[in-house]
Design a protein around this ligand. Structure first.
Ligand SMILES: C[S@@+](CC[C@H](N)C(=O)[O-])C[C@H]1O[C@@H](n2cnc3c(N)ncnc32)[C@H](O)[C@@H]1O
Length: 230
């Protein structure tokens, strides 16, 4: 990737346009909760990680459950040193690789078709939007455990603990607000060697994707956990 990308601040709108240009999941599967992170939400995560916390530029990144590579490629676009993405879905990984070709980011990105359990090593920063456990109970726990095993800083999306229509309305007009962690996740993370530095609530909109979806689009609150390894 070009040196110039590492020196100048990339506008958030340009980051969103970059993410929007990537090919999405061709055949999303409900049991793997394969909905794509919207460009606005992915850009919120990446912007906080890059320009608030200094966790992307020049860093080694792993994108757990990378899907089509949106989070990892966004990090590479912002100036990550190298990015590894892993996903169980073969077609998603193929699409992630094609997305890296299309954006000229093959040099410092690598895409692995496999379960996150197969990943070892150490990375500066983990990016993940894990399955929330809507289809498979507690699916996000295995992602958190792996993230805390391999990463120093972790950016992880989780389901907001309650349905809050007022918050949805508020967050439709603003990027995010800082909230308290869920006591359960805070305890789980601390038990496994990390601490929650901050949590941000944001409103994610997803289009009708699966046969059980009744509406044309869904707005829901998603919480970004910023976690540091102790
Ligand atoms: C909510 S999607 C997010 C995809 C992508 N990171 C994004 O932000 O658009 C969750 C992804 O995790 C993958 N996944 C689920 N369980 C997995 C596992 N055990 N190992 C690796 N990937 C997994 C799914 O195939 C899916 O692509």
């Amino acid at each position: 990737m070009g040196e110039s990308n590492q020196r100048r601040i990339i506008r958030k709108l340009d980051l969103e346009l970059f993410i929007a240009s990537l090919t999405p999941q061709p055949t999303p599967q409900a049991h793997l909760e394969q909905y794509t992170t919207s460009e606005a939400i992915a850009a919120n995560m990446l912007y906080l990680a890059t320009y608030t916390n200094g966790d992307i530029i020049g860093k080694s990144i792993i994108d757990l459950g990378c899907g089509t590579g949106r989070l990892g490629l966004g990090a590479a676009f912002l100036g990550a040193k190298n990015v590894v993405g892993v996903d169980v879905d073969r077609l998603a990984v193929k699409t992630a690789y094609e997305n890296s070709e299309k954006t000229f980011l093959t040099e410092n990105t690598e895409w692995i078709n496999g379960d996150i359990a197969s990943i070892s090593g150490k990375f500066d920063t983990v990016l993940q939007n894990p399955p929330f456990g809507v289809q498979t109970r507690e699916a996000d726990r295995a992602f958190l455990l792996k993230a805390l095993e391999v990463g120093s800083s972790v950016y992880s999306f989780h389901n907001h603990p309650e349905v809050d229509l007022k918050l949805v309305k508020l967050l439709k007009n603003q990027d995010f607000i800082q909230v308290s962690p869920s006591p359960f996740l805070e305890q789980f993370i601390s038990k496994h060697g990390g601490y929650v530095k901050a949590v941000y609530s944001m409103c994610m909109t997803i289009p009708k994707l699966f046969s059980f979806h009744k509406k044309m689009k869904y707005d829901f609150i998603i919480d970004l956990y910023v976690i540091k390894k102790l």
